[in-house]
Design a protein around this ligand. Sequence first.
Ligand SMILES: *Cc1c(COP(=O)(O)O)cnc(C)c1O
Length: 364
Amino acid sequence: MKFNKHLQDIVTYEAGKPIELVVREFGISPSEIIKLASNENPFGCSKKVQEAVREIIPNMSLYPDDSMWKLKHAIGNRFSVKDDNVIIGAGSDQIIEFAMHAKSSKEGSILTNSVTFAMYEIYAKHVGARVIKTSSMQHDLNEFYELYQKHNPDIIFLCTPNNPTGDAIDSDDMIGFLKKIDSETLVVVDGAYIEYGAYKDKSKAISPKELIWQFDNVLYLGTFSKIYGLGGMRVGYGIACVDIIKTLYKLRPPFNITTLSLEAASVALSDEQFIQECLVSNFSQMKRYENFALENNIKIINSYTNFITFLLSERYNSSDLAYFLLKKGMIIRDLKGYGLNAVRITIGKPAQNDIFFKLMSEYL
Ligand SMILES: *Cc1c(COP(=O)(O)O)cnc(C)c1O
């Protein structure tokens, strides 16, 4: 059967291998498998979230509150924006998809960093848009500006801190860049890891409120899948001027967020102590990874996230390494598909990281 031509060259997104797959393929028992592959929170989610979700389980026969008032209001409060400035998606992924359908098309194009979140490109291809990429591995806003002038893309994606490299854009530099972009170009600022970036270095912090007050063409994205530990719940959000949000709403399927997910995300926002504890552990454990890399002559990129990228020398092959670890029950992310001889490791709990260092030493 012939399908839409522009779908032909989509490379299907390869998610981090789930634990169940390693159980099946290698016969390792689930309790012995460690997944440091998808930047999930190794501490899970707040206990308060678990209690709240348990309480509403009996309500599952009813459709969710499609106005999503409680969660929108909680997000509005957190960021000092109005509820009308907020849209909720089944993961921020879904909002990327809405943005693509709202703004790009077969005649159009988008501009992204050379190495970045794979879904920008995949959703662009859904609508047949061309994907223009920078050459620099880390965000170089001068290069972004040159390519913007040359190609006039429909959408520019800035991912800060960036996945899978871990680097982050200085917020002042970003504001300077946004001032030079015309108001007809949508700029998506993906802050999936911003809680980590802002904790490590204030100059990387982003205020969605300031962004949308200054710019009518900026869509800020956040997610509950990373620091909030709710990857399995699929909740993300977009913050933008009312005009953008109203348009994205036209593309939203009804009841796109489940009752349980809405409740989990609302409560997750209220437990700031849990988030602080996760941040403290993340960066103290990150130090251990940095030291390990230094001792073993492995190059790293300074990371503002909950993962670290090891750039391997020619002596090693990232796919071999990932497979070696997989056989031993440790799942990490091979970045070969991004054109890098590198692996991305999500910072785990102390004991999980101990095992990583032990296995990695064996491999080296
Ligand atoms: C994880 C991630 C997202 C969104 O994840 P969802 O689970 O769909 O909310 C978006 N952008 C980047 C860069 C990510 O790493």
